[in-house]
Design a protein around this ligand. Structure first.
Ligand code: VGL
Ligand code: ZN
Length: 239
């Protein structure tokens, strides 16, 4: 009998241990969100919406940093822009409009992009090794709304991101990727809004345009987001 109870306790402890992932630093679990590192946003893969500075060397740098953060026991996530062909953000779905033109949709400014990250296409793939990610959160699947943020789309529809972070007791998130002035910014701002401590790594991110990138970094800082120039694991654990 004692043996059976002892065994059951051991199994219980084992299950508890296995059901939670990630190391604890200063009493907190830390999540990492690698934003939209996908072929269509890179020069390396000759993407349709290639962001300046996203050559192979940049993606290699992001891969190395992601491996390092994973080896530290942080809980790893990625986001993936994942649009249907008839997506509202594509200029091709607005007769007479040109790429990068701005229109107003339901009172909100919408940049019209070249078609990109179409579901199932080669250049919609996440270029960083997918294995470390607990989840790759898809976004922008509703043709009616754009979705720069990994947390929700412009129609207010939430992704699973907040739920998974909470389920894993994550209090702090590190955010980087493409593009600094759109999806990195929107994801970091929504994380902050949802109550997480947020660190953005500038050197692991690239922006669509210099002026909007500068503004985005200032806006994030003004909201209390920490911007690190480069990866600094000790600062991430401590701050
Ligand atoms: C993004 C423009 C359109 C991004 C996504 O990942 O920053 N930008 N869709
Ligand atoms: Zn998009």
């Amino acid at each position: 009998m004692k043996l059976i109870i002892g065994l059951m306790v051991m199994i219980g402890v084992g299950v508890c241990f296995l059901s939670s992932v990630g190391s604890v630093y200063a009493g907190e679990k830390i999540g990492v969100i690698v934003v939209d590192v996908q072929g269509d946003f890179t020069e390396w893969k000759k993407g349709s919406l290639a962001v300046a500075g996203t050559d192979k060397a940049f993606v290699d740098k992001v891969q190395k940093a992601t491996d390092k953060l994973n080896s530290e026991g942080f809980v790893m996530f990625a986001t993936q822009d994942w649009h249907p062909e008839n997506h509202v953000s594509f200029f091709t779905n607005h007769p007479g409009k040109k790429p990068f033109e701005m229109i107003s949709i339901e009172g909100k400014n919408q940049v019209l992009w070249p078609p990109h990250c179409i579901q199932g296409t080669e250049n919609a793939k996440v270029l960083v090794d997918n294995n470390p990610f607990l989840a790759i959160v898809k976004k922008g699947q509703d043709a009616r709304y754009d979705s720069y943020s990994g947390f929700q789309d412009d129609g207010g529809q939430k992704t699973e991101m907040d739920k998974i972070l909470k389920k894993n007791q994550i209090k702090k998130v590190v955010v980087y990727g493409i593009a600094t002035d759109y999806c990195v910014k929107a994801t970091a701002m929504d994380a902050k809004e949802a109550g997480y401590d947020v660190i953005v790594i500038e050197g692991l991110s690239k922006g669509v345009a210099p002026d909007t990138t500068k503004k985005a970094l200032e806006e994030m800082k003004s909201k209390g987001i920490t911007v690190l120039e480069e990866l600094d694991v000790e600062k991430i654990k401590g701050s």
